[in-house]
Write a protein that binds this ligand. Sequence first.
Ligand SMILES: Cc1cc2nc3c(=O)[nH]c(=O)nc-3n(C[C@H](O)[C@H](O)[C@H](O)COP(=O)(O)OP(=O)(O)OC[C@H]3O[C@@H](n4cnc5c(N)ncnc54)[C@H](O)[C@@H]3O)c2cc1C
Length: 379
Amino acid sequence: MNYTVNSFDFLIVGGGVIGLSIARELHKRGGRNIGVLERGHVGKEASWAAAGMLSPDIEADLGSEFHRFCRRSLEMYPALAEELKGETGIEIELDRSGTFCLSFDDDDSLREIYARQIEDGVRVDLVSSSDISKAEPSISQSVCEGLFYQSNWQVENRKLLQALRTYCELNGIRIFESMPIESLMIESGKVSGVETADSRIGAENVVIATGAWTSLIKIAGSTFPVDIKPVRGQMIAFKPEMRLIRSVVHSSQGYLVPKRDGRILVGATSEDVGFDKVVTTEAVERLYSTAVKMVPALDGAEIVDSWSGLRPCTEDKLPVIGEFPGYKNLTVATGHYRNGILLAPLTAVVIADNLIDNVSFRYAFAPSRFLGETTAASV
Ligand SMILES: Cc1cc2nc3c(=O)[nH]c(=O)nc-3n(C[C@H](O)[C@H](O)[C@H](O)COP(=O)(O)OP(=O)(O)OC[C@H]3O[C@@H](n4cnc5c(N)ncnc54)[C@H](O)[C@@H]3O)c2cc1C
């Protein structure tokens, strides 16, 4: 075993949108001597594969603590976009055109959602097929009606990752790539650092932000006791010559996300296939026909790209954010499942509130909910 000379005040394991956002926030709040350890290349896993939608009102159960968490995180985006532009010169392409949720079948489900959301105070409009055609003329004439969410936005997540990485590089946050962490070192009931196959790195505070791979990390010789499953999402992209849609468009079968560079992303599958990231012909065909059903002008258009990513999913599909019971200097920020891009800003703030300002976690996403009777001492 090689002992490295590095020892960090804050060591973040995992360089996706969550790990990088936490590194930046810790630094902005005065944290120093920060390291990010990444198994492969920073920002090339789920955070890169995502569509960049910021849709709290479509993704979260309304009225829930999770919905409030999603909304608060969304509201941080305009300031975040401005700050990152100033800090790094990179424009993360926050697009506030809004999001449609459309019905192509004559059923009442959207009306039920509308009634419930209005009661819950969500800003949503019920829109007729002619309203939709006026706003988005390329949407299929077979659309029946829809909901429009002016305050559900999108961002270019790959630019966001680039900006976060640049922030780290400009501010002395050390990034180590090709550095897979295998286990956490424990000394006198405290996490003293992390181990790779052939080295050890010391740390005062460790943050686990390893997305879909979290359960593979060992702690005190045992499997990490928070069960995170990878859920594969496959996507395709078109780049039509004309701009066909302006807003994000959802239907029951999938979604279309128009990007500033002219691409339209089409997503996504949701598959329980372990860590396999292969793109399948079947999924590509299904996404293609979903896109054509929603926007017939895409029929015959070339697919310019296809990819997949692994969403980190917990048993209850909620994130795991907070102190690991029994180890005050071990924090977990993972399990963001379908909403990690949306939730990155607020996740980073609550972790920094705790690590820099000693504020306890106030949300119901604590790792302890999965540990039952198990205590840190017994894992
Ligand atoms: C197809 C698809 C579409 C999506 N669309 C959206 C969307 O529109 N909006 C939205 O909000 N969310 C979306 N998501 C979800 C979002 O991408 C994830 O919730 C988010 O990226 C999770 O971020 P993360 O940093 O936890 O994970 P990741 O980006 O996967 O980062 C985790 C990092 O940890 C590293 N790592 C793992 N194990 C180790 C180890 N042992 N040692 C060192 N490093 C390690 C990995 O290599 C990886 O780089 C989508 C996901 C997919 C797959």
